[in-house]
Unconditional design. Structure first.
Length: 315
């Protein structure tokens, strides 16, 4: 993998993903202007545009920024982290990075640490799979505000200032898109910000929950931990663009090499899959529909009951 990365150009390592984020940002004016139309098709194009742009900046952008995968400069990495994680997503950069990079990646599928339990809402049952994701735009700022209790006051104040982007979105809908009432603008905000909330929730639970879990004092070596506890989904044009390869079809590669960009994860995929298969290690892959069917059939077991701890014998 190091050899592949070293032989890759800056465009392959960072340029492709930066261009996707830049294109998304440049599409924002078109999205707001399309919403001015009284005709159904241009209006729906505006909703789709703003929805995809929102998820590209908040999911793909924040994820890459949290791993400093957009640049090789630590200083610029901090700038991008504040921009994508705080300004676009409303979370404090330090807290989001710690929870995702240090905990989830450091202890993937380790019970009580990186076991994806934050994605479980057992009391919702099947509502969680189809209805609850619509509340993500409302829940997100509330969770972000709750996390401010665990950071320094300077970071908290900075994040609160960045949260003004919610008002900016609302103001643009009223004064650029021409919405006549506050409620219609708020409804449009909810619609665009929840456009891809279903796959966002699904992807986050499909790729780890239901796979082997380990106790903190009996976890295997890192390569075993990642090959056993991580799953790849098939490529999908819309999700590849808005979430990134590292969250969809290259999640195993991402967990083994988290500092690589989405495009580089895609490039090293043949190397990683061939190596794991040669060493007779798991290389988990499944389809979106297959995982959805599994969670619907075994919701109680996977999302309610405590997962069984996998014994290391035989690995």
């Amino acid at each position: 993998v190091r050899k592949v990365v070293k032989s890759s150009s800056w465009w392959e390592r960072h340029g492709v993903d930066i261009s996707i984020l830049a294109c998304s940002f440049l599409l924002l004016p078109a999205g707001f202007l399309c919403l001015r139309s009284a005709q159904a098709i241009p209006f729906l194009v505006g909703v789709l545009t703003l929805g995809v742009v929102h998820h590209t900046l908040t999911v793909k952008g924040s994820h890459l920024a949290s791993h400093n995968a957009l640049t090789e400069s630590k200083s610029w990495g901090k700038v991008w982290a504040i921009f994508f994680i705080e300004l676009c997503s409303a979370f404090t950069a330090e807290q989001a990075t710690y929870n995702h990079v240090k905990i989830h990646h450091g202890y993937t599928n380790v019970i009580g640490l990186g076991d994806s339990s934050t994605w479980k809402l057992p009391f919702l049952n099947h509502v969680y799979m189809f209805i609850a994701p619509l509340a993500v735009p409302i829940i997100t700022p509330l969770v972000a505000l709750d996390l401010l209790r665990n950071v320094e006051w300077k970071a908290a104040l900075r994040t609160l200032c960045c949260m003004l982007v919610f008002y900016c979105h609302y103001w643009l809908l009223l004064h650029v898109s021409g919405f006549q009432s506050p409620w219609s603008a708020l409804l449009c905000m909810l619609l665009t910000r929840s456009l891809l909330a279903h796959p966002y929730i699904h992807v986050n639970i499909f790729q780890h929950i239901g796979l082997p879990m380990f106790a903190a004092d009996r976890k295997p070596k890192r390569i075993h931990l990642m090959s056993l506890g991580v799953l790849n989904l098939p490529r999908n044009a819309l999700l590849d663009w808005s979430f990134g390869h590292s969250l969809i079809s290259c999640h195993v590669e991402h967990h083994l090499f988290p500092s690589l960009s989405d495009n580089m994860c895609l490039k090293i995929k043949p190397v990683v899959s061939q190596y794991l298969k040669q060493k007779k290690l798991p290389y988990n892959e499944d389809t979106y529909t297959s995982r959805l069917r599994l969670f619907l059939q075994r919701y109680e077991e996977l999302m309610v009951h405590a997962p069984p701890i996998t014994e290391l014998v035989g690995i």
